[in-house]
Design a protein around this ligand. Structure first.
Ligand SMILES: Nc1ncnc2c1ncn2[C@@H]1O[C@H](COP(=O)(O)OP(=O)(O)O)[C@@H](O)[C@H]1O
Ligand SMILES: [Mg+2]
Length: 332
């Protein structure tokens, strides 16, 4: 689809072996560079040249890492999370696609369907579960100081890495601390008898995500994406990374899939509905369902009153419950 002229041109800027993909979707030209540190000067230069030569396209240059995960010979020991039967991770290729909103509402939807549910906020880059469930404090430790007592908002047990790691700590240090802190939170919280634990995972395909995937015995991962191509490219990378590690992927959820006009009820596909369904099909993965872009979902999520908890009869709650039922079916 991409002509040789464009290919040859990109090769003047990046070595051929680092050019993962060049593709054109509508009027967008997407150049994916792999295994190279991002250099904004070079990519800006390339984008500017592209604009001059091919003004019909809007060019994006994205960088990815093709991680070769070395599983080694010996099996990696899993964390023991007491009394928790099944664990699912909610992940996304990039931030801001509604991963946490989906994780929180899915956890509540699973509880609505009669499951005993725990929610672990493991997103060290943007822990937001406390805001979404409306609490601020750190979890209490038990009398002997050896365990954490989880919060119990809206009938689900939860703790957040945000309570343990200061937001002002530089990211690089946070990463080093994060795994130990996450292990403690996961294994030393008094979860009680739990049917399903939902983990809000860090976005992307970074080292912490890989470590979590190796250490936690996941029943499966739910990938959240918006329908835009750029988000979907990242979602595909996420799916591939989990597969490479051997962590089962349960399927893809399309968030902010369509817009329902609050005045007339008409549905509009702002970003092009069904992108995630098509991507799931192409990857041979399950499509788990679509959630609308809706001001109520946002307000409730940002106010600590998640829609599934406070508006059990809304169509949005039904949409989350439908996905939750699909997940239960798949993890058994
Ligand atoms: N379906 C939706 N409709 C409207 N707003 C949404 C929806 N999903 C998420 N949001 C809003 O988008 C923003 C990012 O969502 P969030 O769940 O924090 O994303 P992530 O965890 O992927 O960074 C939040 O303000 C959230 O309220
Ligand atoms: Mg988040």
């Amino acid at each position: 689809m991409v002509n040789n002229e464009i290919k040859a041109f990109v090769q003047q800027y990046y070595p051929a072996e680092n050019i993962a993909e060049i593709k054109i979707i509508d009027n967008r030209l997407i150049i994916e560079i792999k295994n190279l540190a991002e250099n904004s000067e070079t990519s800006a230069e390339l984008k500017q040249k592209m604009r001059q030569l091919f003004p019909q396209y809007k060019t994006s240059v994205i960088f990815s890492e093709e991680k070769i995960v070395d599983l080694g010979v010996q099996a990696i020991e899993k964390w023991h999370i007491p009394r928790v039967k099944k664990i699912i991770g909610v992940a996304s290729g990039k931030g801001g696609v509604g991963k946490s909103t989906t994780a929180v509402n899915l956890a509540l939807a699973l509880a609505n369907l009669g499951k005993r549910v725990a929610l672990l906020d493991a997103d060290i880059y943007g822990p937001s579960v406390p805001t979404m469930l409306g609490y601020e404090a750190e979890p209490l430790s038990s009398d002997d100081g050896q365990t954490f007592i989880p919060f119990n908002e809206y009938g689900i047990k939860s703790v957040s890495i945000g309570s343990l790691i200061d937001r002002n700590t530089p990211l690089i240090w946070r990463g080093a601390k994060a795994c130990g802190a996450l292990e403690q939170l996961a294994t030393q919280t008094v979860w009680g008898d739990t049917d399903i634990m939902v983990i809000d995972m860090p976005p992307g395909t970074g080292d912490i995500l890989i470590t979590l995937s190796q250490r936690i015995d996941f029943a499966g991962i739910v990938i959240v994406s918006t329908p835009q191509d750029i988000a979907l490219i990242d979602a595909i990378k996420g799916v591939n990374m989990f597969k490479q590690i051997g962590t089962p992927v349960l399927g893809i959820v399309e968030n902010m899939s369509y817009f329902v006009c609050p005045h007339c009820g008409k549905e509009t596909d702002i970003f092009g509905h069904h992108g995630a369904r098509q991507t799931a099909e192409r990857l041979g993965e399950n499509f788990l369902g679509a959630l609308p872009l809706d001001a109520q979902i946002r307000e409730n999520s940002d106010n600590g009153t998640p829609i599934v908890a406070v508006n059990p009869d809304s169509p949005h709650t039904k949409a989350y419950e439908k996905i939750a039922a699909e997940i239960i079916k798949r993890i058994g």
